[in-house]
Every structure is written in C-alpha cells, then in structure tokens.
Design a protein around this ligand. Structure first.
Ligand code: PCA
Length: 214
C-alpha cells in the first residue's frame, strides 16, 4: 500500500493549539483509495522543520505529501499555488530565530509551483460544502519555508506529488481574537479527506475558474 504523508504544525505565536495538527492527527492511519495516511507534527522552527520533513519522506517514500499550516485571519481553507525562495519572519519562530530576507536554498529557483491538482481540489471541496479558495502566497514564515523545502526535495521525484494547504483558526482560537474567522476542525478534516481523494484520482489538473485579482 502506498503512503501519504500529512503534516501539521506545533502551536506558535502565543497560541496553545495549532488547528493544522488538531486536524491532521485525526486522519493518522486512515485508508484513502488504497493509500495509508501518516500524520506527523512538525516544529515551527526554520531549518529544523525541513529536516523533519526530509526524514519522514525518506522513511515513508510517500506518493503524496500535503503539509498543512495555520493562517489565522483567513476565512477559508487555502490551496497554496506557489512557494517562494525567501524567509522573512514577522515574529521569531519557536526556536527564537527571525530571519529577514534570507534565501531558503542558495542556488534554488525563485519559486516552485505546487504539484497538487488544486483546481480539481477546489471544485470537489466546494461541491462538498467546504469554504475553500486558491491562494497565491503562503507568506514568508515557516509555512512557505516548508512548502519551498518540500517542492525542492521532491523536484526530481516524478512519482511524488506535494503541496501546501493553509487553514483558518479553530473556533476556540477565534474566540480569543476579535472578529477572526474560523472553521471547525471536523470541517477541516472533511475538506482534507476530499482534497486527498481528488489528488489520488486526478493525474492532470483541470482548467477551471479559481484565479484572483489580489
Ligand atoms: N503557520 C505558520 C507556521 C506554522 C503554522 O501553522 C505559517 O503560516 O507560516
């Protein structure tokens, strides 16, 4: 049976939970279309997170890798289109590092595109009633760092597909922030399951509307 690696993150930035780990851990051990899901919790530390990711990829040789992270303030699940080669931290990571305008991979390309069929995922997740959108930026903190690290690691592995999904605060987190949107963890889990299923049955992405003006 082939493996799927699904990662979430530890809490950061003063939060006591991270909805990405709360959601992905519920899918640990799940079987989806003949694949086995392996959920792992990643450190919110530049450098360390990518080392953890490479180790899990070596161990599991997954056909599909989806990294999930919290994007507090966003209202929908965000299927990330592009990872850029820069670390520019607004706050220190959980190890106290705060890189400003540093490259992630010295001789790497400026950007990598996701290899997930994000338009097909958008279509299927929407049809299931999940609030979801395509996002053109994963930011410049640890999530973009991991997304770029993932795409760089799998760049020559044609059979391995990967990408990144940002998710909103959980309702419990949003209760502590004025006017912050949220999604229930169960909704996120449902959305991830559908997104993964679409990845497994879609070789080539579909060209459907999903762009944005900003
Ligand atoms: N979100 C952060 C890092 C960890 C997480 O869950 C980000 O968007 O960069």
């Amino acid at each position: 049976m082939s493996n799927i690696l699904l990662t979430g993150f530890a809490p950061f930035g003063g939060e006591s939970t991270n909805p990405s780990w709360e959601a992905v851990k519920q899918l640990d051990g799940a079987r989806i279309k003949g694949h086995r899901v392996h959920a792992r919790e990643m450190s919110v530390v530049f450098g360390v997170a990518n080392k953890e990711l490479r180790k899990w990829i070596r161990e599991l040789k997954p056909a599909l890798v989806i990294c999930v992270g919290q994007a507090g303030g966003r209202a929908t699940m965000s299927l990330e289109r592009v990872a850029i080669n820069v670390d520019d931290a607004r706050i220190p990571d959980n190890g106290g590092q705060q890189p400003i305008d540093e490259v992630i991979v010295a001789d790497g390309p400026d950007a990598y595109f996701t290899s997930l069929p994000i338009k097909a995922m958008l279509r299927d997740m929407k049809a299931a009633g999940i609030p979801v959108a395509i996002s053109q930026t994963a930011g410049t903190f640890v999530c973009n760092h991991v997304f770029y690290g993932l795409m760089h690691t799998i760049r020559t592995r044609k059979k391995m597909r990967g990408g990144f999904i940002h998710i909103p605060f959980s309702p419990e987190q949003a209760a502590q922030h004025a006017d912050a949107p949220s999604l229930a963890i169960d909704t996120i889990v449902h959305g991830l399951r559908i997104g993964i299923t679409t990845c497994l049955k879609t070789d080539k992405d579909v060209a459907i509307v999903g762009g944005a003006e900003h």
